[in-house]
Design a protein around this ligand. Sequence first.
Ligand code: SDX
Length: 386
Amino acid sequence: MSADIAPNAPAASPVQKGLEGVVASDTNISDVDGAKCELSYRGYSMDELVGKAGYEEVSYLLLNGSLPAAAELAAWNRELAGHRPLEAELLQTMERLPFGDPMAYLRTVVSIMGLRDPQAEDLTRLRSQSISLIAKIPTIVALFDRLRNRRAMLGPRPDLGHAANFLYMLHGEDPSPEAVAALDAYFVLLAEHSFNASTFAARTSVGTQTDLYSAITAAVGTLKGPLHGAANTKAMDMLKEIGSEDRVDAFVKQTLADHKRFMGFGHRVYKGEDPRAKHLKRYAEALAAKGEAKWLRISERLQQAVWDAKKLAINVDFYSASLLNYLGIPADLFTPMFACARISGWCAHVLEQAADNRLIRPLARYTGPKGLQFVPLNRRASPTAG
Ligand code: SDX
């Protein structure tokens, strides 16, 4: 079977379904070490960053390659604060959109932002457009929830940081320090993860020299899938279906019998526990201490039962579910929350791809028929004809 190989192309490599194990390019943004189950951003491990660097610092690190000094961080915070509010015309458009699937809504608004930006196609503005999207995505998600619930609009406050502003706009009250710390850590932990499906979609898009909004629209649409970003919502649905600790074992047995997936478990790269999970669990525990510990208890029991049954470890989405639930965030907003964090990683990869671009175009191995003769319509027998 031949492949669609150009005459001077290198010999085609064997098919790797899902590009599993294929190294598509170099990157210096993050290192996802599947064997050691370690993750680092620009050389800093999660243990080094979580609880020490806020999301604002980490988004600067991802886009600029180094942690900001005080003056740089102050300027970055001012820039993010300046971009956080939505223009009145965009808000009016958002009010008239159908309040359907939250990720479909977010994907649509990002696309509309591109349509409204007269300089969208100017690739020299990728960085300023990136900062605007990093700042605005949480505002869009929070105001979507206010609009669909017919609550009064609330804009971001200049005196609040990134995580605090989201919680303020969503709930309409000043968030507690514990809630801000937990959401900030969540944003840091989900900010970037090398060539995951949604980031690779963004890189593939901008590899054609299309605009940032098109690349981020593709990324949001890719993250929407339950095998990727939507697993956090499905993991919460799973915890609610189980309902109590004493029903965990029966649930695991039935899921295995039905050959179904445990949401929030397994990973293409990590062959052990996702290095982000322990941090997310710690923040969920801190919040549970003030709320209903039931979801954590069910999670811990389920984590052990699935490991015992399948040696399957949890991934980033498992304790994300409890953490976001404890923050009072509706489960159908969990995947948009993932996008609120990952927008920094997506933009960093767009900038990296654009700076040293090579059109992303893999080969395919053709396995269909060849050399067929054309048969005129009046002589073509219907395949269903007796
Ligand atoms: C994210 O790539 C990234 O970096 C993504 C991410 C990021 O930060 O961007 O880390 C975020 O997307 C995390 C993953 C979220 N998705 C889920 O939690 C959905 C449930 N998980 C899976 O469907 C699965 O684990 C994947 C999709 C995450 C990875 O799947 P792979 O690498 O394609 O593995 P596979 O489907 O080939 O499974 C290998 C084996 C199979 O067993 P067999 O059928 O060969 O006997 O492991 C089993 C699978 O059945 N398996 C699971 C399972 N995951 C794998 N069995 C039950 N439940 C699961 N969750």
